[in-house]
Design a protein around this ligand. Structure first.
Ligand code: MRU
Length: 353
């Protein structure tokens, strides 16, 4: 059983409100594109694949109710543009918007408004299944690759942020690799970082691990290097919000320092991400726009201040790990690639952004 972050039945959408986890399990209705925009912006729903899926499903809900009238293409275009602006670093929403728009424009040449709505809804509904299938492949490729590099029976993985069922349609990416290792009986333990300032690790990854009986230990971000030295970490596996052509990878802030520490300790560092998180239109990580979040996310927890009032704050949500530090490889649903192999492996398989 994996946790269900997105509940979709034709015409209705609910998301598990991740702001309330782990203490309350509340599903919020998403009745419109604007509801989804707000849920994504406020991080009720988060994680690059989940953002794209919830954004598109909210559009399906509105289309099912007849939104767009005689001109659904304009409605779809404006909605996708709005959704893409909610969080700029993860590429998945932008990619889905581009692909969906292209599909809708093609369909509009031979279908009336009602038929167009139906086919766009079907395209969107298919995203859920595709994401879970891709994640299972990522899990399997990643587990096999990690196991092939070590002579041991069981492995210990360190991960960051939340990349599991809560961040995807199900199964997860980096956490999917952990899940696959666990399923094979080859996971000794997962270490998950707290992931300050938003605590996706302590609130969400820890929640998934406890719910599913995955052996896991929580550490603060500041304990990562020590954990690598003392706890016989086999590999570090993280997710991605955007992997660019040279393999540079934007992911939750703190990923970069994990990669540096892994290199120092000779521990393979992997990025696990579907090809939908890859962006070959950008040459290097310098071109990635990094979202800066409100200071309050750093200075308070659940409304309780934990910082000196008046202090200035810098709160970038993501950092970029240079490709040279991604020593294990980039695990996708198509296989595991070194950063230098990624562009050739994906060319022709991804629509241009
Ligand atoms: C499969 S989720 C991959 C990434 O989106 C994840 O590692 C991450 O950085 C999430 O950040 P968040 O700010 O919680 O959306």
């Amino acid at each position: 059983m994996t946790l269900e972050a997105i509940r979709y039945r034709t015409g209705s959408l609910q998301v598990l409100n991740q702001l309330l986890l782990p203490h309350q399990t509340v599903y919020d209705d998403i009745r419109s594109v604007q509801d989804a925009f707000e849920a994504i912006k406020s991080m009720k729903v988060r994680g690059a694949p989940a953002i794209a899926i919830v954004g598109c499903l909210s559009l399906a809900v509105e289309l099912r109710a007849g939104a767009g009238g005689d001109d659904p293409v304009t409605f779809i275009r404006e909605s996708l543009c709005h959704l893409t602006s909610a969080r700029p670093t993860a590429v998945n929403m932008g990619r889905a918007a581009r692909e969906l728009m292209e599909f809708a424009e093609n369909e509009s040449m031979e279908k009336n408004s009602e038929q167009l709505r139906e086919s766009v809804i079907a395209w969107i509904e298919d995203m859920l299944e595709r994401d879970v299938n891709d994640n299972k492949k990522i899990g399997n490729y990643g587990a096999q690759h990690i196991l092939s590099g070590v002579p041991r029976d069981s492995v210990t993985i360190l991960t960051h942020c939340n990349t599991g069922s809560l961040a995807t349609a199900g199964y997860g990416t980096a956490l999917g690799v952990v899940r696959s290792l666990h399923g094979l009986g080859r996971l000794k333990r997962m270490y998950c970082t707290e992931t300050r300032p938003y605590n996706q690790g302590s609130r969400l990854t820890a929640y998934e691990a406890v719910a599913e009986g995955i052996p896991a230990t929580l550490i603060t971000d500041s304990m990562a290097a020590l954990t690598m030295r003392e706890m016989d970490i086999t590999a570090v596996v993280v997710g991605a919000d955007r992997v660019v052509a040279n393999g540079d990878t934007a992911n939750k802030v703190g990923t970069y320092q994990l990669a540096i520490a892994a290199k120092h300790h000779g521990i393979p560092f992997y990025v696990a991400a579907p090809s939908t998180s890859c962006d070959l239109s950008l040459e290097s990580g310098r071109d990635i726009i990094i979202e800066v979040r409100p200071p309050e996310e750093l200075t308070s927890i659940n409304g309780v201040s934990i910082a000196a009032p008046g202090i200035e704050v810098w709160n970038p949500a993501f950092d970029v790990t240079p490709h040279q530090l991604i020593t294990g490889g980039i695990i996708t649903e198509l296989g595991v690639f070194l950063p230098s192999e990624l562009q050739a492996a994906l060319t022709g398989r991804l629509t241009a952004l």
